[in-house]
Design a protein around this ligand. Structure first.
Ligand SMILES: Nc1ncnc2c1ncn2[C@@H]1O[C@H](COP(=O)(O)OP(=O)(O)O)[C@@H](O)[C@H]1O
Ligand SMILES: O=C(O)C1=C[C@@H](OP(=O)(O)O)[C@@H](O)[C@H](O)C1
Ligand SMILES: [Mg+2]
Length: 238
C-alpha cells in the first residue's frame, strides 16, 4: 500500500535513479542493523536490502542455528531463554569492527540494555514497525519456529503474547535511529526509503526533509560514528 500523495510519489520516483547504491555509499554507512518485533520482516527484508545495497547479510537466528547446529526451538529447550540471549550477545560482540553487513537481529536481542550500545557502535539501527494484528497473523502461521509462541494454540493466544512482548519491548525499539512503518510500504518502497535515509543520514537537515517525504521517523540525537573500514571476505571470517 502506498500512502503518499501524487506529488510526493512523483518526487520519490525521481529519486529512484539516485537510490541505486554505489559501493561508496554502502561502505560509508557500514552496517544496517534491523530490529523490531518477531514477524516484522527483519529476515525477509534484510536479505533483500543486503542485495540492493551490496552488503553481506547476517541473520542472528540463522547464524546461531548454523553455528550450533540446532534450531532456535531446540536451543530454547536446551539452554532456556537466558542461554539463547547470551548467544545473541556473543554474536553482537563478535561483529565489532565488521562492516558492510545488513544484520537482522532477533526480535529480543535489544532486551539486554548493553546490546543497544553495542548495536549502536555497529551502524544505523532501523526498527521495522508492523501493526500488531499483522504480526500476530504472520506468527500464527509460523509459530512452531518461534519458541516464545510455542504454547499458543489460537490466534487470540498469539495476539495476547504479542501484546505482552510489545509492552515489554516498545521502549527498546524506540531507541533505534530510524523507525520505518512497514504497513505503509511494499518491499520496493521500503528499499527505496531506507536507501534515501542512508544516503542522507550524514545530513540532518536533509534527513528531516526525507522524513517529511516518506512520513517516517529519524531520531536527530543518534549521531553516526565514523570507523575504519574492515570488510570480511565472507561470513565464516567472523
Ligand atoms: N512485507 C511482508 N509482507 C508479507 N509477508 C511478510 C512480509 N515480511 C515478512 N513476511 C512474512 O512474515 C513472516 C515473518 O517474517 P520474518 O522476515 O521472518 O520476520 P522476522 O525476522 O522479523 O521475525 C515470514 O513468513 C515472512 O515471509
Ligand atoms: O523476539 C524474540 O524474542 C525472538 C525472535 C526470533 O527472531 P525473529 O525476530 O527474527 O523472529 C528468535 O530470535 C527467537 O524466537 C526469539
Ligand atoms: Mg528473523
Amino acid at each position: 500500500m502506498f500512502i503518499l500523495g501524487c506529488k510526493q510519489a512523483h518526487m520519490l520516483e525521481s529519486f529512484t535513479e539516485r537510490t541505486i547504491m554505489t559501493k561508496y555509499w554502502a561502505k560509508k554507512f557500514k552496517n544496517i542493523i534491523l530490529t523490531g518485533m518477531p514477524g516484522s520482516g527483519k529476515t525477509a527484508f534484510g536479505k533483500i536490502y543486503a542485495h540492493v545495497s551490496e552488503r553481506l547479510f547476517l541473520d542472528f537466528d540463522a547464524f546461531i542455528e548454523s553455528t550450533t547446529k540446532k534450531s532456535i526451538t531446540q536451543l530454547f529447550e536446551i539452554e532456556g531463554e537466558d542461554g539463547f540471549r547470551n548467544l545473541e550477545e556473543k554474536i553482537l560482540h563478535k561483529l565489532e569492527r565488521r562492516h558492510n553487513f545488513v544484520i537482522a537481529m532477533g526480535g529480543g536481542t535489544l532486551l539486554k540494555p548493553d546490546n543497544l550500545n553495542y548495536a549502536r557502535r555497529l551502524g544505523l539501527i532501523v526498527t521495522l514497525k508492523t501493526p500488531l494484528e499483522i504480526i500476530s497473523k504472520r506468527i500464527f502461521e509460523i509459530k512452531e519456529t518461534r519458541p516464545l509462541f510455542i504454547n499458543c494454540k489460537t490466534i487470540e493466544d498469539v495476539q495476547e503474547k504479542v501484546n505482552i512482548l510489545w509492552d515489554e519491548r516498545k521502549d527498546a525499539y524506540e531507541q533505534s535511529d530510524v523507525v520505518i512503518e512497514t504497513a505503509y510500504n511494499s518491499i520496493d518502497t521500503l528499499k527505496m526509503h531506507l536507501s534515501l535515509i542512508e544516503r542522507r543520514a550524514d545530513n540532518r537537515e536533509y534527513m528531516q526533509e526525507v522524513y517529511n517525504i516518506i512520513n517516517k521517523k529519524l531520531k536527530q540525537s543518534n549521531r553516526w560514528v565514523e570507523k575504519d573500514e574492515v570488510i570480511p571476505e565472507k561470513i565464516s571470517d567472523l
